[in-house]
Write a protein that binds this ligand. Structure first.
Ligand code: NAP
Ligand code: GLV
Length: 321
C-alpha cells in the first residue's frame, strides 16, 4: 500500500503527477480557499504526509488527530503556522522552502519600500478617480530612497538580498540580528546596530525576522516611538512581529511618516480593520514570493522532500522547533 499525502491547497496537476507513483495523493480542490479546519483534521487523521501552505495552522490538536503522520512539507520559508516542536516531539519531520524565494521576496520588499516612499498607489488612485487637476509644486511629493539610510531587522537570506539592492541606490545600510555578520559587513560596508540605534537612525526600517515567541510584538509602541518622525516602516515578514494597534496609533498621530505592509496578524486582513482607513499606509496581500517561477520552485522543493521521504531518505530543508 502506498502512503497517503494530503495536499492542503489545489496544486497544478503537472506538479502533483510525479508524486502519484509513490503516494496516494489527496488534495483540497481549491486554489483560492483555505481547507476548512474540520476537513483538514479528518484528512490529517489518515495521512502519512501533509503539504501545507502558510494559512494551514498545524497545532497540537491536529497533530493529536494525525496518528499516521510522519512528514509535513510547508510551502514557505516561514513555518510559524506549524507547531514544529510538538511535531518533532511526535517524530514528525517538518520541511520548508528556503533560498528559492529569496530574490523574489527581496524584489517585492524593495518595491513596497519604493511604493510607500513615493505613495505610488495613492497617486494612481488620484489619477484614476479624476482628482488629478494640475501639476502642483508640492503635490504628490514623497521621500527619497536614493542615498537614504535603511535599517534591516533580520539580516538573513532575504535581508541580505534587499541590502544588495539598496547598495545600488547608494543607501547606507544598518542591520540588527542576534549574531553579527562580519564578512558581510566587510564586503558591503553595512553596519551592525542595536535595535534602538537602528530605529533611531534609519529613514526606512525593514522587518525580516521570522515570527516566533521571541519576535512576537518586537516592534511595539516603544520601538515605533524610537523611529524618526519622517521614518517609514516596511514589514514583509509576518504580521504579529509589528503590534498593529501601536502601528495604527503611530501612523494616525504621525509619530512615523508611513508604513508598507505585505503581512498582517490576521490574513486576509478584515476590510474593516482600522489600519485600512489610514492614507499613509500601503498594503499588499502577502505577495512576497508571488512570481510563477518562484512559486513553481517552491512546489518543486515540496515534491522533492516528499519523494526523498518515500525513498527512505532524509528530506532536505528540515526545520526544528
Ligand atoms: P532567515 O535567512 O532565517 O533570516 C532571518 C534573520 O532574522 C536571520 O538573519 C536571524 O539572524 C534574524 N533573527 C532571527 N531571530 C531574531 C531575533 N529575535 N532578533 C533579531 N534578529 C533575529 O530567513 P529569510 O529566508 O530571510 O526569511 C525571513 C522571513 O521572511 C521568514 O521567516 C518569513 O516569515 C518571511 N517571508 C515573507 C514572505 C512574504 O511573502 N511576505 C516571503 C518569504 C519570507 P540571527 O539568528 O543571527 O538572529
Ligand atoms: C511566505 O510568507 C514565506 O514564508 O515563504
Amino acid at each position: 500500500m502506498k502512503p497517503t499525502v494530503y495536499i492542503c491547497r489545489q496544486m497544478p496537476e503537472d506538479v502533483v503527477a510525479p508524486l502519484r507513483d509513490q503516494y496516494e495523493v489527496r488534495m483540497w480542490e481549491s486554489a483560492s480557499e483555505a481547507v476548512p479546519r474540520d476537513v483538514l483534521m479528518k484528512e490529517a487523521a489518515s495521512a502519512d504526509a501533509l503539504w501545507t501552505v502558510i494559512s494551514d495552522q498545524i497545532d497540537e490538536e491536529i497533530l493529536d488527530a494525525a496518528a499516521e503522520l510522519k512528514l509535513i512539507v510547508n510551502m514557505a520559508v516561514g513555518y510559524n503556522n506549524i507547531d514544529v516542536k510538538a511535531a518533532n516531539a511526535r517524530g514528525i519531520i517538518v520541511t520548508n522552502t528556503p533560498d528559492v524565494l529569496t530574490e523574489t521576496t527581496a524584489d517585492l520588499a524593495f518595491a513596497l519600500l519604493m511604493a510607500t516612499a513615493r505613495d505610488l498607489i495613492g497617486a494612481e488612485n488620484t489619477l484614476r478617480e479624476g482628482r488629478w487637476t494640475s501639476w502642483e509644486p508640492l503635490g504628490f511629493t514623497g521621500t527619497d530612497v536614493y542615498g537614504a539610510t535603511l535599517g534591516i531587522v533580520g539580516m538573513g537570506r532575504i535581508g541580505e538580498a534587499v541590502m544588495r539592492r539598496a547598495k545600488g541606490f547608494d543607501m547606507d545600510v544598518l542591520y540588527h540580528n542576534r549574531s553579527r555578520k562580519s564578512e558581510m559587513e566587510d564586503m558591503y560596508g553595512c553596519r551592525y546596530a542595536e535595535l534602538s540605534d537602528l530605529l533611531a537612525s534609519s529613514d526606512f526600517v525593514l522587518i525580516l525576522v521570522p515570527f516566533n515567541e521571541e519576535t512576537k510584538g518586537m516592534i511595539g509602541e516603544k520601538e515605533l516611538a524610537q523611529m524618526k518622525e519622517s521614518g517609514i516602516l516596511i514589514n514583509v515578514a509576518r504580521g504579529g512581529i509589528v503590534d498593529e494597534d501601536a502601528l495604527f496609533d503611530a501612523l494616525r498621530t504621525k509619530k512615523i511618516h508611513a508604513a508598507g505592509l505585505d503581512v498582517f496578524e490576521t490574513e486576509p486582513v478584515p476590510l474593516d480593520h482600522p489600519l485600512l482607513t489610514l492614507p499613509n499606509l500601503t498594503v499588499l496581500p502577502h505577495i512576497g514570493s508571488a512570481t510563477v517561477k518562484t512559486r513553481k520552485a517552491m512546489m518543486k522543493r515540496n515534491v522533492e522532500a516528499l519523494q526523498a521521504f518515500a525513498r527512505g531518505e532524509e528530506p532536505n530543508h528540515q526545520v526544528q522547533g
